[in-house]
Design a protein. Structure first.
Length: 216
């Protein structure tokens, strides 16, 4: 078997594209991978930066082109899609991952959406979860990172700010509807005790089964 990757430019106005295609597996063999790898920084300069990999769709007179990354289907399970930023190997921060939707037009138009949708079960099985987990503090020192959900502000014309909505799943038949869980909510008698216990203003706590918001 030859581990080949083919880069071709299709001819003709109807299919004026560039295709990168790896060879299919033969018999029971796996298909070959396609890897896009940028170059390492120069070893003689400790401040050098490794090269970047860009996937950029073209601009259009009407709509810009899309970038679509789709993992493969299979009878034993679909392929995975992983986005991972780099680790710091000495002193410094790990790399960030940013998903940024496009802005609306300068004259009119809505900003683009960012949508994370887990897969549905087909016949039997559970739907996929969406999990957002921030990083832990360092082994010797450092705080755990927070998770911030911020809706958009209105900027003109007495318009409304965006909402943050938490909607649990509906039940079917004799099943139980989903719930919104507040795990680890600390118990304090009042705002003063909550403040002493480290709950910030606008933070949630509970007094027994009563959920409260610290206001002072």
């Amino acid at each position: 078997m030859v581990d080949t990757v083919t880069l071709t430019h299709a001819s003709g106005p109807a299919d004026d594209n560039v295709h990168i295609t790896s060879a299919a597996g033969a018999g029971g063999d796996d298909g070959f991978e396609i890897r896009l790898t940028a170059g390492a920084g120069g070893p003689d300069d400790a401040q050098s930066t490794g090269g970047s990999v860009y996937l950029t769709a073209g601009n259009g007179g009407d709509e810009g082109g899309g970038v679509e990354i789709v993992s493969g289907n299979g009878p034993g399970g679909g392929g995975y899609y992983e986005v991972r930023s780099g680790d710091c190997t000495d002193t410094g921060n790990g790399g960030s991952i940013q998903y940024a939707a496009g802005h609306g037009g300068t004259n009119s138009g809505n900003g683009g959406d960012i949508v994370f949708i887990a897969g549905n079960a087909s016949d039997a099985g559970n739907g996929g979860e969406v999990s957002i987990t921030s990083g832990n503090g360092g082994a010797n020192s450092g705080n755990g990172a927070g998770i911030t959900l911020t809706a958009g502000n209105a900027r003109a014309n007495n318009d409304d700010g965006g909402n943050i909505t938490l909607t649990p799943g509906a039940n079917d038949g004799s099943g139980v509807s989903g719930h919104i869980l507040l795990v680890g909510l600390e118990n304090f008698a009042d705002d003063a005790a909550a403040a002493t216990g480290g709950v910030p203003v606008n933070g949630l706590y509970r007094t027994g089964s009563d959920v409260k918001i610290r206001t002072v």
